[in-house]
Design a protein around this ligand. Structure first.
Ligand code: TYD
Length: 199
């Protein structure tokens, strides 16, 4: 069985994590060897980023940390895919470009820089599924999850993230799925995309 590398992207509240879990269960139910993973990872540099121990670092340094975490993660992903597994990854390089360029005020040259620093350390996914949602709707969902509103979850910021994602989707041919549809419809669309790339 040959493996595959599928990435899920989207602004906060798009329903990405729930979708990833449902897809992983569905694939396993069909006898496929699916593994679910996420960035930032929960190990090494990823755990360091999540812990907040880096303190007051510059936006560029933060971007470099996300890429460093991705470098180790990519090696692990490649190993899994070479063993015939279907890797489902919740966020990958487009998160750094969409989020960190929003933090850097979306300046075009910064976006170019963010793409360049990722370039050498990533693997090209077989599919990148972008869950697109109006931030007002997405933010409503974040609110209902009852989680702490992080600095990443403010409305204007999320609007910028969304427009960055849509720009990247057009440039790099991501599969855009309208995440305002019902969860079942979003799941069905995502499965169609995945079925087209797995055997
Ligand atoms: P996480 O707890 O995984 O949230 P989510 O369920 O929304 O994926 O936290 C990830 C946060 O980190 C999310 O708000 C996006 C941000 N992020 C970046 O800013 N740059 C990156 O490169 C990545 C991978 C994540």
């Amino acid at each position: 069985m040959s493996g595959a590398f599928i990435v899920f992207e989207g602004a906060d509240g798009a329903g990405k994590s729930t979708l990833c879990e449902r897809i992983s269960e569905e694939l396993r139910g069909r006898g496929k060897d699916a593994v679910l993973t996420a960035e930032p990872t929960h190990e090494g540099i990823g755990a360091f980023i999540r812990s907040g121990s880096a303190g007051e670092i510059s936006q560029r340094t933060e971007a470099l940390l996300f890429v460093a975490d991705r470098n180790d993660h990519t090696e692990w992903i490649q190993e899994q895919v070479s063993q015939g597994k279907i890797v489902l990854c919740d966020r990958y390089f487009a998160s750094t470009v969409a989020y960190q360029s929003a933090r850097l005020d979306g300046d075009a040259s910064e976006m170019d820089w963010l793409i360049r620093i990722n370039d050498e350390f990533i693997d090209i996914p077989d599919a990148i599924i972008l869950l697109d949602i109006d931030p007002e709707v997405g933010m409503g969902r974040v609110g209902t999850r009852g989680e702490e509103i992080s600095k990443f979850e403010r409305l204007d910021f999320q609007k910028q993230v969304r427009s960055n994602y849509l720009y990247l989707a057009e440039q790099y041919g991501f599969d855009v799925v309208d995440a305002s549809m019902t969860r079942d419809e979003v799941f069905k669309k995502a499965m169609e995309i995945i079925e087209a790339v797995i055997q």
